[in-house]
Write a protein that binds this ligand. Structure first.
Ligand code: HEC
Ligand code: HEC
Length: 151
């Protein structure tokens, strides 16, 4: 008898909980809060404004063999089967005229360790490794420190 009573009471409590949640959130969906702020799922949130790229310098590396961060905007730079905009400035042929850093020799080495005469297929999709960095506030606290040898 006692067990039955407890079971009955807990069913009532659960039902009351559901009713309460519905009252708080009439649409029934959303009410999420994330790093992007609070939003209802049905609403399209206005996008953030574009961030500035540090123009005057390349962002320094934090560890040895880090693919350097891209210090400029890459908006509308195509990298596809037909074109590689990055190489228009960074290939060994074009870099001196464009005033850009040459891709390093490692970018000409294939998986079999052979040095090719043109950029290696495994280095073709630049953004697989190189990401642009902007002056943005970190979303979460971070105490990462640069490796000793680069400090
Ligand atoms: C219009 C020419 C141009 C294009 C196109 C271009 N870059 Fe650059 N890039 C530069 C120049 C010039 C620099 C030297 C730093 C500076 O002044 O911004 C540079 C710097 C860099 C660096 C830093 C190099 C270092 O030693 O720290 C990386 C990485 C890079 N670019 C990657 C890319 C990638 C990836 C793309 C394609 C999505 C690309 N770039 C397209 C001109 C270009
Ligand atoms: C698989 C990862 C990977 C890909 C893909 C890749 N890179 Fe790199 N890149 C690196 C690493 C790691 C370094 C630093 C070590 C080195 O020089 O190899 C580097 C270095 C560079 C540098 C600096 C060279 C120097 O002498 O300081 C430039 C510029 C660059 N990459 C441009 C590019 C461009 C343009 C592409 C596309 C055509 C590309 N990278 C594709 C990993 C990559």
């Amino acid at each position: 008898m006692k067990k039955l009573l407890i079971a009955l009471l807990s069913v009532c409590a659960a039902a009351a909980g559901i009713a309460h949640a519905e009252l708080d959130n009439p649409g029934g969906i959303g009410g999420l809060e994330s790093l992007r702020g609070a939003a209802e799922l049905e609403d399209t949130r206005p996008s953030d404004s574009f961030k500035d790229y540090p123009k005057e310098h390349a962002v320094a590396s934090d560890y040895v063999f880090q693919p350097p961060l891209v210090p400029h905007s890459i908006r509308s730079y195509e990298v596809s089967l037909n074109a590689n905009k990055c190489l228009a400035c960074h290939s060994w042929k074009n870099a001196p005229d464009m005033g850009a850093t040459k891709i390093s020799v490692t970018h000409y080495v294939n998986r079999q360790d052979a040095v090719l005469s043109d950029v290696s297929p495994r280095r073709y999709f630049c953004l697989q490794c190189h990401v642009p960095q902007v002056e943005a506030k970190p979303l979460v606290e971070n105490n990462f420190e640069r490796v000793e040898s680069l400090r």
